[in-house]
Design a protein around this ligand. Structure first.
Ligand code: ADP
Ligand code: ZN
Length: 740
C-alpha cells in the first residue's frame, strides 16, 4: 500500500510513501506520520491511501505518531472543503484543524511517578521511625505523586525506594492528566421544566436529530437575552448523548468564562448521560490542550466546549453542534485559513449528518436571512425565561449635555443620578465603553500636532496608569511627552482628547468616592487569574460598579445588576463599514441584556450624540425584526451581504506607489478573467480605511457575487495567474467581517 501524505510544509501537494509492513495495521487515512523529505525528516498527515503510485523509488514512512489516526475522515473532508472555499492550501487548513500541541510529536501525555501502598501483609517488616512517618502519610491517601510525598514527608527518594524494596509500597509511572479545571467543585444540576417556547425549540431540534438527511438540519435559535437558550442547548445535548452521539458547543472566547463552562459541566457530572466535558481555548497550556483534545479523541469526553477552533474537535460521532452568540465577529479567523467558525459548523453538520443550532439574541443578518429563505429552521424565544421584563432603555442626547456646561461630560445628569440611586439601594452597575486606555489621542491645541503611530495611520491612545502612548494596532508604545514635541511649538499645554475606560474609571472615583469600582478590559486582565477574580468579586458583591469594554457585553449573568450605562453608543456607529449599524445594534442589545436579570427590573441608559439613529432606536425598542427589515433594504440596494457574498482582496507593501500599481494591475486582470460573469461587482481599488498598519500600506478590492464557491475557484488561481512584485503581499478574505 501507498500512503499519500500532506506534509506540514506548504507545498500544495501530496507526496507518496511506502507503508512498511510493521506499520501496515496502523497507517490509515488521518494518521500522523514522520517521513523523509529531501535530506530532512518532516511530519505530515496521511490524506489518502492508494494501491499504486505513478512515482518510482518511493521512500518508506519512518514513524507513526500516536496510537490513533488523529484526523477523522469527516474532519479531513471538512479541511478539504475549507481549503477550497477559503482559497488556502490544504496544508494550512490542516494546521487549524489539528492544534499544534497535538500535531507535533513532542507533547505527549505527561507521565509522573506515583506511589501506592501495598495492601496489608501478615508479617510487617521492621521499619525505622522515619520510614513509618512516610508510610503513615501514604497509607492515609492510598496513592499520591512521588513528588508530593517527598515534599509532605520532607524526605528523599532513597527512603521511599527502600520502602519499595521492603514490599510496602510501589512506585510506578502513570499518566497524569493536566486538567485545567482540576480544583473545582461542581454541583450537579437537573433539567429545568421548560416553558412553552423552550419546549418547542427542543422538540424541533430533537426531531431533526431523529431524521438525519432531512432538511433543514440547521436552526437559528433567536432568543432574547435571558430567554433560556442555554437550557435548550443542555436538553438537546442530553438527547444527543442518549443517541450515543457527542456534541460541540462553540462560544466566543470572551464568553468562555468559568461560569459558562460550569453550566455545561454541572449538567453532565452525574446521571446516565454522565461524561467528561472537555474545554478548548487559547489560554490553555500546550500540555492541557493536548490532554483535553485526546480526551475527546478517545471518546472519554463526549462534549466539548470551546472557542472558534473547537469546531474541529475530534468528536465522533457528532450529533449536535451549537454556535452560541453566532453573530460574534470573533468566530472569523483573521489569518489563513480565514474561516468563519459558524459557517464551518454548518458545513460540518452537513458532512457528519449532525444538527447545527446557531443561537443569538441579535442574529447576524446572514443567519436571519438564511432562516427567512428556509435554509435554516427558525426557532424564536422572544420573552425572558422567567417572565422577567426586558430592561427599560433610555437614550440621553449628549448634544444637550454638551450645551449645558463646558466641554463634553462623561456622565450625563441622568446617568449620574441613576448610579447614585442604585448604589444607595446596594444594587450593582455596569458601565460600557468600547475603547480601552485613558484618552483616544494626545493633541496640541496650538499647532494641531497629534501623536501618531510611526508604523500605522492611527493616533496613539494615552494610557495613564503606565504613562505611555500605545498603538492599538501594532502595539508600539512611546513615553508621553510633557510638552508638544514639534520643535517650533513646544507648547506645554498639550492635552488629551476623547476617552477610554481608564478615564471613565478615574472619573467614577472622583464622583463616587465611596463606591468600589473595578475595570475589566484587556489592560486590566494581565494574569490568568485576573478574570475569575474580578468576576468572582462582582458576583459576591465586593464590587459596586464594573467598567469595561465589550468583554462585559455578553454572557454574564449577575442578578444584582440593575443598571447598565453605555457611555458613548456612537463609537462603533460611524466606522466606514457596511456592518457598523448592525454592530451597534448588537452591542447595545447585548449590553442591555446584562441588566435586570434578577428580581429587580433593569434599567439601561444609552448616551449618544446621534440619538435618533435607527440602530439606537430599534435597540431601544428591543425591535430586532424592525431593525432587520430596514437594514436588509439598505443591503439589497448596494448588493452587500447577506444579499450577496463578499470577498476582500488586500494588497500590502511598504512602498505605497508600488502597492497602488499592483492593485490596479490586479483589478485589470480580474476584469479580463471575469468579464462575462453577470452578477459580479468589482468595487475598488481603494485605500483600506486604515491605510497603513504595521508599516504596510494596504489597498483593497471588494468583490460581490451570489456564487462565492465558484468565485473562490478563480481567486485560488490568482497567485499563479497574476504576476505581482515579490515584496507585494496579497491576501484573499472570503466572507470578510473586518474591512480594515
Ligand atoms: P440566555 O442564554 O438566553 O441569555 P440563560 O440560559 O442564561 O438565557 O437563562 C437566563 C436565566 O433563566 C437563567 O438564570 C436560567 O437558569 C433561567 N431559566 C432558563 N430556563 C428556565 C426555565 N424553564 N424556568 C425557569 N428559569 C429558567
Ligand atoms: Zn501602530
Amino acid at each position: 500500500m501507498i500512503a499519500r501524505v500532506t506534509l506540514d510544509l506548504t507545498l500544495r501537494k501530496e507526496f507518496d510513501y511506502l507503508i512498511p509492513p510493521e506499520f501496515e495495521e496502523e497507517v490509515k487515512v488521518g494518521t500522523r506520520v514522520k517521513v523523509p523529505f529531501a535530506t530532512r525528516k518532516v511530519l505530515g498527515s496521511v490524506t489518502a491511501l492508494a494501491e499504486e503510485s505513478p512515482h518510482t523509488n518511493l521512500r518508506p514512512i519512518l514513524k507513526v505518531i500516536g496510537r490513533q489516526a488523529l484526523l477523522t475522515l469527516n474532519v479531513l473532508q471538512l479541511a478539504r472543503w475549507m481549503a477550497d472555499y477559503y482559497c488556502c492550501p490544504l496544508e494550512i487548513a490542516l494546521k487549524s484543524v489539528l492544534p499544534d500541541a497535538v500535531r507535533k510529536e513532542q507533547k505527549g501525555w505527561k507521565e509522573r511517578l506515583f506511589v501506592r501502598v501495598v495492601p496489608w501483609q501478615a508479617t510487617m517488616p521492621k521499619v525505622t521511625k522515619r520510614q513509618q512517618q512516610v508510610l503513615d502519610i501514604i497509607t492515609a491517601r492510598k496513592e499520591m505523586p512521588l513528588q508530593e510525598l517527598l515534599q509532605l514527608a520532607d524526605t528523599t527518594s532513597g527512603t521511599v525506594r527502600r520502602l519499595e524494596d521492603a514490599g510496602l509500597l510501589t512506585i510506578a509511572a502513570q499518566i497524569a492528566e493536566r486538567d485545567p479545571y482540576a480544583n473545582e467543585v461542581i454541583l450537579p444540576t437537573q433539567a429545568l421544566a421548560l416553558n412553552p417556547d423552550q419546549k418547542v425549540a427542543v422538540e424541533q431540534i430533537i426531531k431533526a436529530m431523529d431524521s438525519p438527511g432531512e432538511k433543514p438540519a440547521s436552526f437559528l435559535l433567536h432568543g432574547v437575552t435571558g430567554s433560556g437558550k442555554t437550557e435548550v442547548y443542555l436538553q438537546a445535548i442530553a438527547y444527543a448523548l442518549e443517541q450515543g452521539k457527542g456534541a460541540i458547543v462553540l462560544v466566543p472566547e470572551i464568553s468562555l468564562t468559568p461560569q459558562t463552562v460550569e453550566r455545561f459541566k454541572a449538567r453532565f457530572t452525574s446521571g446516565p448521560q454522565k461524561t467528561l466535558v472537555a474545554v478548548l481555548h487559547s489560554h490553555l497550556s500546550a500540555g492541557e490542550r493536548h490532554d483535553e483534545w485526546h480526551k475527546i479523541r478517545q471518546g472519554r469526553a463526549r462534549i466539548v466546549i470551546g472557542a472558534r477552533s473547537a469546531v474541529f474537535a475530534p468528536v465522533d460521532p457528532v450529533g449536535l453542534i451549537i454556535v452560541d452568540e453566532e453573530h460574534e465577529h470573533s468566530y472569523k479567523q483573521e489569518e489563513a485559513p480565514r474561516y468563519h467558525a459558524r459557517d464551518v459548523a454548518v458545513m460540518r453538520g452537513q458532512i457528519e449528518g449532525a444538527v447545527v443550532v446557531l443561537g443569538s439574541a441579535t442574529p447576524s443578518l446572514e443567519s436571519f436571512y438564511n432562516a427567512q429563505k428556509g435554509k435554516y429552521g427558525l426557532l424564536q424565544m422572544l420573552s425572558r425565561a422567567d417572565d422577567k421584563n426586558l430592561p427599560l432603555i433610555r437614550v440621553v442626547d449628549m448634544r444637550n449635555e454638551a450645551r449645558k456646561g463646558k466641554g463634553i461630560p462623561i456622565f450625563s445628569e441622568v446617568l449620574r443620578n441613576a448610579i447614585t440611586s442604585r448604589l444607595e439601594k446596594k444594587e450593582q452597575v455596569m458601565l460600557f465603553l468600547n475603547r480601552r486606555g485613558y484618552a483616544s489621542s494626545l493633541q496640541c491645541p496650538k499647532c494641531g500636532y497629534v501623536a501618531g503611530c510611526p508604523n500605522c495611520s492611527i493616533a496613539l491612545t494615552y494610557h495613564r496608569r503606565i504613562e505611555k502612548l500605545c498603538c492599538h494596532i501594532c502595539g508600539h508604545s512611546d513615553n508621553a511627552p510633557a510638552v508638544c514635541p514639534e520643535p517650533t511649538c513646544r507648547n506645554p499645554a498639550i492635552r488629551h482628547a476623547g476617552l477610554g475606560t481608564e478615564r471613565v474609571e478615574e472619573t467614577l472615583f472622583k464622583l463616587f468616592p465611596q463606591a468600589r469600582v473595578e475595570r475589566m478590559d484587556s489592560d486590566a486582565l494581565k494574569r490568568k487569574d485576573d478574570l475569575p477574580r474580578i468576576l468572582g468579586d462582582f458576583r459576591v458583591g465586593k464590587i459596586d460598579v464594573l467598567v469595561g469594554t465589550q468583554m462585559i457585553a455578553k454572557g454574564l449573568h449577575f442578578p444584582n445588576v440593575t443598571l447598565v450605562g453605555i457611555i458613548y453608543a456612537d463609537l462603533s456607529l460611524h466606522l466606514p463599514d457596511f456592518r457598523s449599524g448592525e454592530r451597534t445594534f448588537q452591542l447595545l442589545t447585548q449590553v442591555s441584556g446584562r441588566a435586570g436579570r434578577g428580581d429587580v427590573e433593569g434599567e439601561v441608559i444609552v448616551q449618544s450624540f446621534t440619538p435618533f439613529h435607527s440602530a439606537i432606536q430599534f435597540a431601544r425598542r428591543h425591535d430586532f425584526a424592525g431593525f432587520y427589515e430596514q437594514e436588509l433594504e439598505f443591503r439589497e440596494q448596494l448588493k452587500y451581504p447577506p444579499v450577496s457574498r463578499a470577498a476582500m482582496l488586500t494588497v500590502r507593501g511598504r512602498n505605497e506607489d508600488k502597492v497602488k500599481l499592483s492593485i490596479e494591475h490586479l483589478k485589470r486582470e480580474l476584469e479580463k478573467e471575469l468579464a462575462d460573469w453577470k452578477d459580479l461587482i468589482i468595487a475598488g481599488p481603494a485605500p483600506s480605511p486604515l491605510l497603513r498598519a504595521e508599516t504596510y500600506y494596504r489597498y483593497q478590492i471588494m468583490l460581490r457575487t451570489r456564487q462565492m464557491a465558484k468565485l473562490s475557484q478563480h481567486l485560488a488561481n490568482i497567485p499563479d495567474g497574476v504576476k505581482l512584485p515579490e515584496d507585494i503581499l496579497l491576501t484573499v478574505d472570503i466572507d470578510p467581517v473586518n474591512l480594515f
